[in-house]
Design a protein around this ligand. Structure first.
Ligand code: HEC
Length: 152
């Protein structure tokens, strides 16, 4: 197989995998694990930024930029795990209201993600004061959804 044919094969395969991911709805128990895992990873990344902002750990420009980038990538992911009828059982804190007002939930998910380019830009500037002010709206956007849709 020549290089071009190999590449085309690879691309075709990649296309199939992506399409399968989109079409396949997760089983509720797996979906719960998946969304909690992603949320947890988001929390680890924002947690490091928050500790830098508070001066609890030394400010490191490159580490901060990487954390902001990780958070941005992770923030795209948990939503796939909010499949219908997955608010039941002891393992989830998701409120049934998510599925009663999915439009509001989706809007809050988008609002949180909309704050992330600002956070990325702030970390890339290397200015700690910018990191501090860009973190607040992100954390507020997490809280806004949690207040409405998570059993604490
Ligand atoms: C649009 C709504 C929404 C937004 C925005 C959101 N979350 Fe969540 N989060 C949830 C829901 C719902 C759960 C409960 C999931 C479950 O238990 O099934 C959750 C769970 C969590 C958990 C617990 C995971 C576990 O191990 O059980 C953490 C930590 C978390 N979120 C952190 C964050 C952080 C940090 C942000 C912002 C960067 C954020 N969330 C933004 C809805 C949201």
């Amino acid at each position: 197989m020549n290089h071009v044919a190999k590449l085309a094969c690879g691309l075709a395969l990649a296309g199939t995998v992506a399409a399968t991911l989109q079409a396949q709805e997760m089983r509720p128990d797996r979906a719960i694990k998946f969304r909690q895992g992603v949320m947890y990873a988001m929390n680890v990344n924002i947690g490091v930024l928050s500790r830098m902002a508070k001066g609890e750990i030394p400010y490191d420009k490159d580490a901060a930029a990487l954390r902001a980038k990780n958070l941005t990538e992770l923030a795209r992911m948990p939503w796939e795990g909010f499949v219908p009828v997955s608010h039941e059982g002891p393992r989830t804190k998701a409120k049934p209201e998510i599925w009663q007002d999915k439009a509001k939930f989706d809007k809050l998910a988008e609002a949180m993600q909309a704050e992330l380019p600002g956070l990325v830009a702030a970390t890339q500037s290397g200015e700690l004061s910018r990191l501090k002010s860009a973190l607040t709206p992100v954390a507020d956007a997490c809280t806004k959804c949690h207040d409405a849709f998570v059993n604490e």
